[in-house]
Structure formats: structure tokens, C-alpha cells
Write a protein of this length. Structure first.
Lengths: 513, 467
């Protein structure tokens, strides 16, 4: 028996192999482009163009991929969510005031609502290593999730809704638009944040009474000359990290708002539009999941048809409201006083350092895409909900039997994907033209990306997005060189999709069925 | 056939029993141009091709209905019966459209030859799909079809192939005179009707055959079908090829009707139309998709015509408003799409079938059974509606089987031709003072007595089986 030795096996994992093939294909393509172009400028332009296209496609594909992995729903309406993002951004931007002062006020209201959540999240992230090494801190308590949710809601609803409400009211009543905008924003934000303010306030009062009474009891004991009672017997609740964080965040946001009122804020309009767009997209995603897709989990055939129908409705409604014509990008639709303020100044023009024709906005899109990519990856790999999602992808019934509300997770994941798509919408709206078919165009590319990457594999989707983007740009380059037409770029992607499907039906990193 | 139910009627009679609604609809469609012409007081086929009379217009609409109907039948065969989701039916449709247009206009081929070539191309594409279906299933196959069709769509729009496809503008060609929609629309109407009936009967026959049952099994449980020993790839191929053939036929009908080829015929819209049609009518039923498709096209004609005047007088005093019907039509269509998936997933026909079964069960329990308990003879009267075999009905009604059927059947070659029939005929002839009137009445009475004579035939047939 001893003579039988195990031979070392040089087995290459199938997924690794396909990854290597994919990256090799991309590199080969780029080398071909470089050989043909013989021009660093041209080459870098093609690469950057491919990357930004890949990132935009990724923003649609991310939601598609996670949602399919978790609940086996191929959402044909994901492109429409992107379109919702773009059009909501357009709506918000065109309802902004032309007066800088008013916008500053509006922004400050928004900051008041939004900073708490940002600060809390920052603190949470900063505390992660601390929690790991100092377990006592973790026991002391972290920001409570419901508070976080409330704050998120108020921050996201606050200004954009108030803005729309205010301008609508002003239009109808004929009063000063700016006044009404501010009033609307204040009212809606206040309404949304009633709960948010109440909790810390109550806490503050309780904390004050506790502190005073404890000290008073101890002091009384000392004065009376008897031994002070041990602290455990007193009604004393040490303040948790969460509540301190919330109090600090509210103070900070007020301060930020005061600061913002005195500065020039054109760049941050984009922020308002983006947040509104993301909120609208998320809301649409939640509605879509709970109302439409939930009843059809048992009928997978009809699910595809249903989402297809939803996409149709959204497109038709947008055509009904805005017309079928191409709108151009959002810069053309700002009120007169705001012309040239979107995209923000620092995103105008060409990238300065390389002396190439790379737009600044491309760089911005690539950075945002990468942030999303990494952010979702961190969310999936490093957080609790990420663990649940990954477990759900493997076996959702088991997760459910372990006591996790999988339905809620489904909705959350759907909303997350929708939010990312809407973010992609508002970002792309700054550069490419906004029209009712843009959703379909992005959807096709995103489906190609998801399938090439392997359904349900997030890393595969990320890689495939970049590959597809680069394929698009280099095929576009070749078709312009050879045939003097732009049309071959989408065809190249579709051909790539067909080939991948026929060679490896489950995609590059997908599980074999 | 050991089952008594199956052999209980003469095959001809049974065919009539099973298909009388279709026969009725077919007669209606056959007379349709003339009925419309009578209603609207317009020419069926105006002398000058430039005149578009009301009747001619509605013939055009019906040709479109037949085209969409054939496409919907083809789509339903793949999606509804076999369970293969296709998002690229436009590729077949567009193949039919483009190959006929290109062959006739660019290569000066004869019309018949180009139709044959187009159908062959459609079948070849279907075979490529079938080869993909060997490897891909479910969502993956749907994605493959989507990508495949989109490639052709993009190719047809390329300026690169403008010499062949005409790019975004498309091609205009002239159909031969005898089938030209401008000069000879009535002929085209009947040709389209014939093609439509052919497609309908083909799929109906296929789905009633053993192969059709295997296709349904593939949809419901492919693993089980495979385990039972059926070559599922062969049957999938069958379904895809027949479906592709019919969709190509629909494309040819389309291009003959409009005499042009444009990229939209290859687009995703050509999947959406039959899909909505099938959904509304009922996926996986024979008449459903046709019904849905015709509702869509005809409804569009009525609703898109002009703005809807909506009167809110019942809510607000003297408040009327105008709704732009064209804008609302598309939105309404999409909403109908969603509602049908969520609320009426089996479509009109499917839901009606299911409801009808429930109603029949209920009626049998609470109406029919108590009734025949009290009045047994009702069982024989209700026999055509209950679907009982005649012998069972007779047994329920306590009627002993007739013994002298043979004599009766032999004595009456014209079963309903009894004395009263003759008297009526003679009387009418006398009143009109014309033997021609008498003969025509006689013939008419013979005609309407046909079912009764068929019953007699059937009895004779049964007697022979027993003997």
C-alpha cells in the first residue's frame, strides 16, 4: 500500500480557466487595437471609452446579476429603472430654482437631513476594526438599524420631494416659486424626520435625568456621611455609541448647513438630482418587487413576461409624458439661469494631463462605476446582509429555515439593484442623450454582460462589464476604420454573447446546471 | 378503440360537433367582405385601385389580423405549447419580409420562387435555433434568441449593407397583380384567409396528435418526458421548425400586403405583438392567440381612429374632456399586459375553459342530477349539452334501446323529409305560383335537416358495429 503514491494533480479550476481566457481575449483585442492605431492618444481614448461604457452597463447589470442569483428572476425592466433615474434627475434639475441663494437654502435643508446618515455610516465603518479588537465596544451597542432606516428615508425623501411639491404649488398658486420651494422642502423634511428627531430628543432628556439623579444620589450619600451606593443599583444606563453618534451627526449637519448657506453650491445640484434619482429608482424597485414580482415567484415563465410588460409600460408612460424624441443630455434642459451648471464645472471639458480626447466626465463615470463595483463587493463580502445574500444564492430555503426573513432580503436586494441602476441613469444622463429607448439599449448590453459573466456571479459580472465595454469600443474603432460605420459595436457584443452561450452556457463564472 | 365514447358517433358528425364554432367563424370570414360592404354601402372591389372604399379598408385590416394571427399561432406553438421562450421571433418574420423583397426587387426572381426560398431560409434559421436548443434551455435559450434576432436587426440597419437592405429606409417592391393589395385586395384577402386557416389547422392537428402531447409534456416536465424515452431534442426541433416556418409565412404575408421591407419587421416588437396577443387570448390554447391578436388589431382600429370624448357629466356638471386615444392606447396595452399576467394568467380562452368546467360541474351537481331524478326523460334532451354518450343518456331516461333502427334508417334516406316538409314546400310553391320556389324550399329544408340525417346515418353506423 505504501508504494501507491498520490500523484500531484495539475487540475485547473474551470472557472479560473475561463477567467484566463476572458482576460486573454480582452488583452488580445487591446493589443490588436494598439497595433492598428499605432498612436498612444488614440489607444488611451479607446480604452477609456470602453471602460466608461462598461461601467454604465455594469450599473444596470449589477442589479440584474444579484437579483438573478438570489431569486432566479431575470428582470427585463432593469433598463427602465435606469431610464427612471435619468428622467427623475432631469425633472429635479429643471425644477431647481435659478437663484443661487435659494438653492443654497434647499441644499442646506437636504444636508440637515442627509448628514446624520452619512456620519453614522462613517462612524460605523471606522469602528469596524475597533469592534473587532475591542469586543467590549461591540457590546456597548451600535447604531440601531431602525433609526438608520428612518434617517435614510427622511434624507432621501426630504429635499427632492419638497422641491417638486414646492414648485408645483408655486405654479398653481402663482406665489413666489422660491419661497414655496423652500417651504415645501422644509415641510416634507420635517414630516419625514419627526421620528428621527424624536428618538434622540427623548434619549437626551432621559440621559440628562439619569446623569443628574445618579450624581445627586451619590452626592447625597456623601453629604449624609454614609457609604455611596454601588453604581449598579442605581437606575443608570450608560449612553451607547449609537446615540452619541446620532447626536453628534445632527450637530454636525446643522453646522454644515450653516456653512453651505454661505458658499457657492452649483456643483452640489448634481448631488440633489442623483439622490432623488436613486431614491426614485429604489422606490420603483421596491414597488416592482412587492406588487408585481412576488406573486409570480411560483411561475417563472410568467415572470420574464411580466417584467417585460413592466418595461413596456414604463417606456410608454415616459413617451406619454416627455415625447418620443431624443432629449439630448441633461445640460440642454436646465432653466435659463442654470445653463452650464450641469454637469458641475470640474467635470466639463477634456482630461487635462494626458493631452488626449478623454472627457473629464468619462473619468467621473469610470470612478463612480468602480466605486459601485467595490462598494457592492464589500457589501456582499464584509457585511451581515452580504452573508445572508450569499447564503441565499446558494440555498434560500435553508436560509429561510434558519430564521432569516428571506422575502425582506429579496426586496432589499431588488431595491439595491434598482438604486444602482438609477444611479447609472443619472450619471449617464450627464453625457449621453436621454430618450425612451435608452433603457432597452442598456438592458440588452447588461443582459449580455450578466450572461457572459455567468448568471448569479457578481465577480463575473464585474469582469464581463469591463470586457463588454472594451469590446464595444474596440469593435467600434475597427468598424469605423474598415467600414466607415459605427454599427458593428453592438453586433460585436451580441456575437460575443452568442458564442459564450454556445460554448459555455453558464457563462464564464457561472455554476453548471 | 375500446372506449365507447370515442366511437359513439360517425366521424363526420363528430367533426361537426367538435368544430361548429370554427365552422361558423370560417363562414363569417368567408362572407366578411360582402357583409361589410352591405353594412357600409360600399364597393367590395372598387374599379379603380386608387379608391379605398370602407369595405376595402376593412379587408386590409383583416389581412393584418390574419398576418398577426399566423405569427401568434407560431409564437404560441413555441412558448405556449412547448415551453421554449423566444424573444427573437422577429428574425423569422423579418426573414420572410426581407428575402421576398430582396429576391423580387434586387435579383428579379419570380414571386413564387422567392416565397419558396424565403420559407427555406426560415427553416434553416429554425434549425440553427434547434441546434442551440440542444445546449441551452430556459432563460439561456431566450437570451440566445434575443441576441440572435438583435444581430439581424442591427445588420439590417447598417449603412454597410444599404445596397441590399436599404438601411433604415428599407426596400419598396411591387407584388404581382393578382395578389396586389392595391389592385386586387379581395383576392389577397382570400389568400391570406387560406394561409391563416392552413396555419391554424396545421397547429391544431399537430397538437391533437401524439407528437403534440409530447410537446406539452416537454413544457410541463422535460425530465419526465426524457425519462419516458422520448427524444426531447427531436421534439423541440419539430416545434421550433414548424414555428419558424409559420412565422416566416406571416412575414411573407406582411410584405405582400405592404409591399415593403423595413428594419422594424426584425425588431423586438415582432415578439411583443404575438406575446401580448397570446397572453390576452390564452397561452397554450388553440384559438386563444388568434383571438388576442385579432382583438389587438381590430381594437386598435377603433380606438386609434380619433380622440375619445369623455363625458364627466355624471360627476361634474357639464365637464367634458378629450383624451388622446393614440397616446393612451400604448400605455393601456402595457397595463393590460401586466394585468393579464397577474390576474388572468390563462388568458380569455384559458380562463373561460377553466370557468366553464367549474360551471358544468356545478350545474351537474345542483341542476342536472336533481332534475333527471324527477324527470328522467330530460337526460335525452340534454344529451348534446352534457356530453353523455347516447346510450348512457337513454339508460338514465329509462328508455329501452330501439330495436328497429335499421328499418327506420333505410326507410328514410332523407330523414327529415317527412310529410310536413313536403307540404310546406308545395304550399310555398303554390303561394308564389312557381315550381322554382317550391324546389328551392325543398332544397332549403333538406339543407337544414342535414344534422338530423346525420344522426340517422350515425345510428345506422352504430347498428352495423353492433351487428
Amino acid at each position: 500500500m505504501d508504494t501507491i503514491k498520490r500523484r500531484p494533480t495539475f487540475k485547473i479550476d474551470k472557472n479560473t480557466l475561463s477567467g484566463v481566457v476572458a482576460i486573454g481575449f480582452t488583452l488580445l483585442m487591446l493589443v490588436l487595437v494598439a497595433l492598428d492605431a499605432k498612436d498612444g492618444k488614440r489607444f488611451s481614448q479607446i480604452v477609456a471609452g470602453g471602460l466608461y461604457q462598461g461601467m454604465l452597463i455594469f450599473m444596470v447589470a449589477a442589479g440584474l446579476s444579484i437579483v438573478f442569483g438570489l431569486m432566479d428572476v431575470l428582470n427585463f425592466a432593469q433598463g427602465s429603472l435606469l431610464m427612471i433615474g435619468a428622467y427623475v434627475g432631469f425633472e429635479i434639475l429643471s425644477s431647481l430654482s435659478t437663484d443661487t441663494k435659494t438653492n443654497a437654502v434647499l441644499l442646506s435643508i437636504h444636508v440637515v437631513a442627509f448628514t446624520p446618515i452619512a456620519t453614522t455610516l462613517l462612524i460605523e465603518i471606522a469602528m469596524i476594526p475597533l469592534y473587532r479588537f475591542v469586543p467590549k465596544l461591540a457590546e456597548a451597542g451600535r447604531p440601531s438599524s431602525h433609526l438608520l432606516a428612518k434617517m435614510t428615508a427622511s434624507a432621501l425623501i426630504g429635499t427632492p420631494l419638497g422641491l417638486l411639491l414646492g414648485s408645483t404649488v408655486a405654479d398653481n398658486l402663482g406665489s413666489s416659486a422660491d419661497t414655496m420651494r423652500v417651504i415645501g422642502a422644509v415641510v416634507v423634511t420635517a414630516l419625514a424626520s419627526v421620528d428621527m428627531v424624536r428618538d434622540p430628543l427623548l434619549f437626551g432628556i432621559k440621559w440628562f435625568i439619569n446623569e443628574i439623579s445618579t450624581r445627586f444620589q451619590i452626592g447625597l450619600a456623601i453629604i449624609q456621611g454614609r457609604q455611596a451606593p454601588p453604581i449598579e443599583t442605581l437606575e443608570y444606563k450608560p449612553s451607547s455609541a449609537s446615540d452619541k453618534a446620532v447626536l453628534g451627526a445632527i450637530l454636525l449637519s446643522t453646522f454644515m448647513a450653516m456653512l453651505l448657506n454661505t458658499t457657492e453650491t452649483t456643483a452640489l445640484r448634481f448631488g440633489i438630482a442623483a439622490i432623488a434619482a436613486v431614491f426614485a429608482g429604489t422606490l420603483a424597485g421596491i414597488i416592482m418587487e412587492t406588487v408585481f414580482i412576488r406573486p409570480t415567484y411560483v411561475r417563472p415563465f410568467f415572470q420574464i413576461v411580466l417584467t417585460f410588460g413592466i418595461a413596456l409600460v414604463i417606456r410608454e408612460v415616459i413617451i406619454y409624458r416627455y415625447g418620443i424624441a431624443t432629449q439630448g443630455n441633461l445640460t440642454a434642459y436646465l432653466p435659463r439661469g442654470l445653463a452650464g451648471t450641469f454637469p458641475p464645472h470640474f467635470l466639463h471639458g477634456l482630461f487635462p494631463n494626458l493631452e488626449t480626447t478623454i472627457f473629464n466626465y468619462w473619468i467621473f463615470m469610470i470612478i463612480m462605476g468602480l466605486l459601485m463595483m467595490v462598494g457592492v463587493q464589500v457589501l456582499l463580502m464584509r457585511t451581515r446582509i452580504g452573508i445572508i445574500i450569499r447564503a441565499g444564492v446558494q440555498d434560500s430555503e435553508m436560509v429561510e429555515s434558519l430564521g432569516v426573513n428571506v422575502r425582506l432580503v429579496f426586496t432589499a436586494v431588488f431595491a439595491l439593484g434598482a438604486g444602482i441602476a438609477a444611479m447609472g441613469g443619472i450619471i449617464s444622463a450627464g453625457f449621453i442623450s436621454v430618450d425612451p429607448v435608452m433603457g432597452d439599449l442598456f438592458l440588452l448590453q447588461a443582459i449580455a454582460v450578466v450572461i457572459i459573466g455567468g448568471l448569479g456571479s457578481y465577480a463575473g459580472t464585474s469582469l464581463a462589464a469591463i470586457i463588454v465595454g472594451l469590446t464595444r469600443s474596440s469593435a467600434g474603432y475597427f468598424s469605423r476604420q474598415q467600414f466607415n460605420t459605427d454599427g458593428l459595436a453592438p453586433i460585436a457584443v451580441l456575437v460575443l454573447l452568442c458564442i459564450v452561450l454556445l460554448v459555455k452556457p453558464s457563462g464564464l463564472f457561472g455554476k453548471e446546471h | 378503440m375500446t372506449d365507447n365514447r370515442l366511437g359513439r358517433r360517425h366521424p363526420l358528425v363528430q367533426t361537426f360537433y367538435d368544430n361548429w364554432p370554427y365552422v361558423l367563424v370560417l363562414i363569417l370570414l368567408w362572407r366578411f367582405p360582402y357583409i361589410v360592404a352591405n353594412i357600409t354601402h360600399s364597393d367590395v372591389a372598387p374599379d379603380s385601385p386608387r379608391i379605398v372604399s370602407e369595405a376595402k379598408f376593412w379587408q386590409g385590416v383583416m389581412i393584418e389580423v390574419f398576418t398577426l394571427g399566423v405569427l401568434a399561432i407560431s409564437y404560441n406553438l413555441m412558448f405556449g405549447f412547448t415551453g421554449l421562450i423566444s424573444f427573437g421571433h422577429g428574425v423569422f418574420f423579418g426573414t420572410g419580409v426581407y428575402s421576398v423583397a430582396i429576391l423580387v426587387s434586387e435579383y428579379q426572381q419570380s414571386f413564387e420562387k422567392s416565397i419558396l426560398i424565403a420559407l427555406a431560409l426560415g427553416v434553416i434559421i429554425a434549425l440553427i435555433w434547434a441546434m442551440a436548443a440542444f445546449r441551452l434551455k430556459g432563460v439561456y435559450f431566450a437570451m440566445f434568441t434575443l441576441a440572435f434576432a438583435q444581430i439581424f436587426y442591427e445588420l439590417s440597419r447598417l449603412t454597410l449593407f444599404k445596397f441590399l437592405t436599404g438601411g433604415d429606409d428599407g426596400i419598396t417592391w411591387t407584388a404581382p397583380d393578382w395578389i396586389n393589395a392595391v389592385r386586387n385586395r379581395l383576392t389577397l384577402y382570400y389568400v391570406a384567409l387560406a394561409v391563416f386557416v392552413f396555419a391554424f389547422m396545421l397547429v391544431r392537428r399537430l397538437m391533437n396528435s401524439p407528437s403534440g402531447k409530447v410537446l406539452v409534456a416537454l413544457r410541463d416536465n422535460p425530465v419526465r418526458a426524457e425519462t419516458l424515452g422520448f427524444n426531447i431534442y427531436l421534439y423541440r426541433t419539430l416545434s421550433i421548425v414548424v414555428s419558424g416556418f409559420l412565422a416566416t409565412l406571416a412575414g411573407i404575408m406582411h410584405t405582400v400586403n405592404f409591399r415593403q421591407a423595413e428594419p422594424t419587421t426584425l425588431s423586438l416588437g415582432r415578439t411583443v405583438d404575438p406575446l401580448i396577443g397570446s397572453l390576452i387570448g390564452g397561452i397554450g390554447t388553440n384559438p386563444g392567440p388568434v383571438l388576442g391578436a385579432s382583438l389587438l388589431r381590430i381594437g386598435e382600429q377603433f380606438l386609434r381612429k380619433d380622440d375619445l370624448q369623455v363625458d364627466f357629466n355624471f360627476i361634474i356638471y357639464r365637464y367634458t374632456t378629450t383624451i388622446d386615444a393614440e397616446k393612451y392606447w400604448s400605455v393601456g396595452l402595457g397595463i393590460a399586459f401586466i394585468l393579464f399576467v397577474l390576474v388572468v394568467p390563462y388568458g380569455l380562452v384559458g380562463s373561460l375553459n377553466k370557468t366553464w368546467i367549474e360551471i358544468r360541474r356545478w350545474l351537474r351537481k345542483y341542476l342536472y342530477n336533481p332534475l333527471i331524478k324527477k324527470y328522467p326523460i330530460v337526460a335525452t334532451w340534454a344529451e348534446p349539452f352534457t356530453g353523455e354518450p347516447p346510450e348512457v343518456a337513454k339508460a338514465l331516461a329509462n328508455i329501452p334501446p330501439e330495436l328497429d333502427l335499421k328499418e327506420w334508417a333505410l326507410a328514410y334516406p332523407f330523414a327529415a323529409m317527412n310529410s310536413s316538409t313536403a307540404i310546406i314546400a308545395v304550399l310555398m310553391g303554390f303561394v308564389a305560383w312557381s315550381w322554382r320556389v317550391g324546389v328551392s324550399w325543398l332544397l332549403f329544408l333538406l339543407l337544414i335537416s342535414a344534422p338530423v340525417r346525420m344522426v340517422a346515418l350515425e345510428r345506422r353506423f352504430q347498428k352495423r358495429r353492433q351487428g
